[in-house]
Design a protein around this ligand. Structure first.
Ligand code: IPD
Ligand code: CA
Length: 272
């Protein structure tokens, strides 16, 4: 079978259009009031009606434009077969930073990425409250508002502002807190802002120097990870592993090794 896969720029154009509409829906629903619809892994891992409505809207929009593609979403899972005839798979987090959304803290985003044969080639992250929008294509750079992004040039780990996040499981959080307790004396400071996709985008423009977290799902990482990598950060796991649920480290080249080694010593990928 011959298949024609659109170039990354074309996939990005679709992603941006769909993400903008999705973010508008999320914003409107937040203004109308929000309540918890369900909980997932733990009582603090909440889903609002907006998480579901926004993902449904994204699935419908993609199905119209790209009916032969697969989609993986946080709320509805794999909406299509994992191997799409087109070779394209979309990865969507309708609201990254759901707890911020619930509390109207303006740090939550729609995250949408396109993968071709398992490699993320295009991604957009759009802040639902502020409209800030980060985009990237594989090999085409990372961008916000027409400006090409470059990561921090910091070289001293002791001066690095490091973002991270916590999982929802109390046991995991305890381990993550122990890691932070040992890391914080050696860096400028730590930030726990509450949305992994946005943390990666902030790192892409040096608004934090680096980021790490254990427990990210594909939808937290896909778009923001590409934005960070295209801005020059190294985005990997521990000891040469790819970035994934065990650990994501996103750091500028000069900071990568010292941060990596300290996180390895602290067993940052360990615990439940
Ligand atoms: C969460 C946020 C948070 C991160 C968690 C994620 P959600 O995503 O990105 O910052 O620390 O690991 O699960 O649940 O708000 O989509
Ligand atoms: Ca989410």
């Amino acid at each position: 079978m011959t298949r024609s896969v659109p170039p990354p720029a074309e996939l990005l154009e679709i992603a941006v259009e769909v993400a903008r509409d999705a973010a508008a829906t999320a914003y409107r629903m937040r203004a109308e009031g929000v309540s918890i619809a369900a909980t997932k892994s733990t009582v603090t891992d909440v889903v609002t009606a907006a998480d579901r409505a926004v993902e449904r809207q994204v699935l419908d929009a993609l199905a119209k434009q790209r009916p032969d593609d697969a989609v993986l979403g946080e709320e509805y899972g794999a909406a299509e077969a994992a191997a799409a005839p087109s070779g394209v798979r979309w990865i969507v987090d309708p609201i990254d930073g759901t707890v911020n959304y619930l509390y109207a803290i303006p740090y939550c985003a729609v995250s949408l990425a396109a993968e071709v044969d398992g490699e993320v080639v295009a991604g957009v992250v759009r802040n639902i409250f502020t409209g800030e929008e980060w985009t990237a294509t594989a090999g085409g750079g990372a961008w916000r508002d027409g400006r090409r992004l470059r990561c921090s040039t910091e070289t001293d780990p002791g001066q690095a502002l490091v973002a991270t996040g916590f999982g929802y499981d109390p046991g995991r959080r305890s381990h993550q807190a122990r890691v932070i307790a040992e890391l914080i004396p050696h860096v400028r400071d730590i930030r726990r802002l509450g949305a992994a996709a946005l943390d990666l985008c902030l790192a892409a423009e040096g608004r934090v120097d680096a980021y790490y977290e254990k427990g990210l799902a594909a939808w937290d990482l896909a778009a923001g990870g590409l934005v960070a990598a295209e801005a020059g950060l190294r985005v990997t796991g521990l000891r040469g592993l790819p970035a994934g649920p065990d650990l994501v480290i996103a750091a500028p080249p000069a900071l990568f090794q010292p941060l990596h080694d300290r996180l390895a010593d602290l067993d940052a990928s360990g615990g439940p």
